[in-house]
Design a binder for this molecule. Structure first.
Ligand code: IPD
Length: 284
């Protein structure tokens, strides 16, 4: 993918970032799409299809238009043409293109391009993870002590995430019950003494910060396989852990994730979280 036409993709996105956009909504008023999402997705798929005619594709905007998201054993490209579309609409310069590749349902490699900072994150199974050629390593933040947390009415056995910087994203649902759970999950991590919880508006770039050692953990309900595929390879190759919020193995189609620099930290976060149900990508 090093030979991918990033410059053209970047040119299209950077130019459109500063212009007026036609914005539509998808699953909620906060789930946005623009003509540039479609343009970039079509460009990526047509180029890849020309080179690899037998391969399959799972792509965000095709899925929004009704294409099935089923990961088979065939070689499959998993594409998010603009991750951080809400940022993109507001000209907030944290947007990325994410392309993952799986064979026999195993993630083989991923590339994520931070369009405004010209940072290319890559990861290939067994071959390491890099940003613009520099090796990526997750942070070594593991410090924690077990203690009982019973503040603010929370009867929660939690271990201390002391000193951890945690990232999350809000997800598209904004009904009162979902927001209550989202805020309560954040509160639980803050009670467990996380240094901070950050929301940057792009799940793929947040996951790249984890892979770079700039944050210690990430969790989210409501992201999709195209948000996770490339980033999962990059984090694993940087030495990190990516699991399901149940504490079990990652299920790429389950719309939920915990990722962290260590398994202990991932498990602590998984134990603290209350589930927000977003259904599955392969059942929509
Ligand atoms: C979304 C962003 C957002 C996250 C959503 C994602 P999109 O991707 O990463 O931060 O909260 O869950 O689906 O729609 O901008 O490609």
């Amino acid at each position: 993918m090093a030979c991918w036409r990033w410059t053209e993709t970047e040119r299209i996105i950077r130019k459109a970032l500063t212009e007026e956009k036609r914005v539509s909504t998808k699953t909620s008023a906060a789930d946005l799409v623009t003509e540039t999402d479609h343009l970039v997705e079509d460009l990526i798929i047509s180029e890849l299809r020309e080179r690899f005619p037998s391969h399959r594709f799972i792509a965000e905007e095709a899925a929004a238009s009704g294409a099935k998201c089923v990961l088979t054993h065939s070689p499959t490209w998993i594409i998010d043409p603009i991750d951080g579309t809400c940022n993109f609409v507001h000209r907030f310069p944290t947007v990325a293109v994410s392309i993952g590749f799986a064979v026999r349902q195993e993630l083989e490699f991923g590339v994520i391009y931070h369009c405004t900072e010209e940072r290319l994150y890559t990861g290939r199974r067994g071959r390491g993870a890099f940003c613009n050629g520099q090796r990526l390593r997750v942070s070594g933040e593991t410090e924690m002590e077990s203690h009982h947390l019973a503040q603010a009415g929370l009867e929660l056995m939690a271990s201390d995430l002391s000193k951890a910087l945690v990232l999350t994203e809000i997800g598209p649902k904004r009904d009162p019950a979902t927001l209550k759970l989202f805020l309560s999950n954040m509160e639980r991590l803050l009670h467990a003494k996380a240094h901070g919880v950050r929301v940057i508006g792009s799940s793929t770039l947040a996951l790249c910060h984890l892979a770079s050692g700039a944050a210690d953990a990430y969790y989210q309900f409501g992201l999709h396989c195209w948000d996770l595929a490339a980033a999962t390879v990059i984090i694993r190759e940087a030495g990190g852990i990516v699991i399901d919020t149940s504490g079990g193995p990652l299920d790429l189609m389950a719309c939920r994730v915990v990722a962290a620099s260590t398994r202990e930290m991932a498990m602590l976060i998984a134990q603290a979280l209350q589930t927000i149900n977003y259904g599955r990508d392969d059942e929509k």
